[in-house]
Design a protein around this ligand. Structure first.
Ligand code: PLP
Length: 443
């Protein structure tokens, strides 16, 4: 029935239909179990969402309790209890100044909202020339047309180019593939950004960035200090800063938000993925009072933000998000990430000497291992070899699920994983990499 009726996202169905499908029946802790009863570690947090593991009693109960009150009511012109409480909580934990919360239901819609808010902010203030955006090379902000317009991954985005609005791009600092290393990469990014702002700031509404870690491009970690400089340049040239924390938010990088690493307070911040602990589809776009105030006017002025979704502020989703944040605090989960990340780093360090491991990139519990054909020249594996896919297939055989980004193996375990679980998961990851790059495993 799966092969007959389902069309899977980001999946070539011809490959899928020739494969042995994995159909999940239940989850428990950091493991998922398929319909045959086989258990697998969730080594990618079900595509970067999961925080506390699966089937968590406290989170289940939060949903059930809310279900006994109301499953859904709208936020258009009215409110519901969990949506109000969660908004206050998000404002309290977000970087300084982000006091207003606008809900949606996915990272992509959260990004759309940030882009439209930035655009209309300048419009409402009478600066209608400021209408374009700066993004960064290889950026990923979701799959709707606006989000793809500020996306810059050619494989995903090129076919849609005729439908998109044009954006400016500056390089995301990528030390491994920059001839000048970390220092050179940061310098290139900042000088190109400065040049662009110098010439075009009057036409630019906002810059959008994946702070500290650029995820979908292959887990690229920004050198220290770069985000702070990007934020300062935006401020200096009067361009809004949109932080896309959809992947990095809620402790993933070792701080509540990646922006916290460099004390950056963006004008708009998008969160999603881990917000509900990976349970239900809720996202949010947080805005400063200054942005909110530009929309606050007499009705006749038509400064209203005309945007919303059917399930905006869904009470079940907001209730489980509140429960997830409460558990994070009670279990000091964000504080625990540093020690867990150190264990993972220690376990993976020996791989750096392996002949086909080009680069190991990590920030907190988000890890990318770039495999290369030739370590000395950094020559990539040909994409047709699907080395990353094969490593993931081997990891699945060994009992862990993950999904690669091209030639980069990804390891993003639930934050609640114990040290023993992380130990076993990293063993599987390492063995899978060794088997496909050196061991002749070819599935
Ligand atoms: C996953 C992701 C998105 C899109 O989120 P969806 O919920 O899949 O729409 C946007 N930005 C970043 C940085 C992401 O990692």
């Amino acid at each position: 029935m799966d092969k007959a009726f389902l069309w899977h996202p980001f999946t070539q169905m011809k490959d899928y239909n020739n494969s042995d499908p994995l159909i999940i029946e239940r989850g428990e802790g950091v493991k998922l179990y398929d319909v045959q009863g086989r258990g697998y570690y969730d080594g990618f947090s079900s595509v970067w969402l999961n925080v506390h593991g699966h089937n968590v009693p406290e989170l289940n109960e939060a949903i059930v309790a809310q279900l006994g009150r109301v499953a859904h009511s709208t936020l258009l012109g009215m409110a519901n209890v969990p949506a109000v409480e969660l908004a206050a909580k998000l404002a309290a934990i977000a970087p300084e100044g982000l006091n207003k919360v606008f809900y949606s239901d996915s990272g992509a819609t959260g990004v759309e909202i940030a882009l439209k808010m930035a655009f209309q902010y300048w419009h409402n203030r009478g600066q209608i020339g400021k209408r374009s955006f700066i993004t960064m090379n290889e950026a990923y902000h979701g799959d709707t047309i606006g989000a793809v317009s500020v996306g810059a991954i050619p494989l995903y985005h090129e076919v849609f180019r005729p439908l998109l609005f044009p954006s400016h791009t500056v390089p995301y600092p990528f030390p491994y593939r920059h001839p000048g290393g970390a220092e050179g990469a940061v310098e290139t990014t900042l000088s190109e950004l400065r040049k662009l702002l110098e010439a075009k700031a009057g036409e630019i509404a906002a810059l959008i960035v994946e702070p500290i870690v650029q995820g979908a491009s292959g887990i690229v970690v920004m050198p220290e200090g770069c985000l702070r400089e990007i934020a300062a340049l935006c401020r200096q040239y009067d361009v809004l800063l949109i932080a896309d924390e959809v992947a990095t938010g809620f402790g993933r990088t070792g701080r509540m938000f990646a922006c916290n690493h460099e004390d950056v307070s963006p004008d708009l911040m998008v969160v999603g993925k881990g917000l509900t602990g990976g349970y239900l589809p809720v996202a949010a776009t947080l805005a400063t009072d200054e942005i909110y105030d530009a929309f606050y006017a007499d009705y006749e002025e038509r400064k209203t933000f005309f945007h919303g979704h059917s399930y905006t502020g869904n009470p079940l989703g907001c209730a489980v998000a509140l429960a997830s944040l409460k558990l994070m605090e009670e279990r000091r989960l964000v504080e625990s990430v540093e020690a867990k990340a150190a264990l993972v780093a220690r376990k993976l360090a020996p791989l750096a000497d392996w002949p086909h491991v080009g680069d190991i990139r990590q920030k907190g519990l988000i890890v990318g291992i770039e495999l290369v054909r030739n370590k000395a020249t950094k020559e990539p594996y040909d994409w047709a070899e699907r080395i990353g896919v094969r490593a993931s297939q081997r990891a699945r055989e060994l009992g862990m699920l993950t999904r690669p980004l091209g030639n980069v193996c990804v390891f993003i375990p639930p934050l609640a994983s114990t040290e023993t679980e992380l130990d076993e998961m990293t063993d599987i990851l390492a063995q899978a990499i060794r088997d496909v790059t050196e061991g002749g495993w070819d599935g």
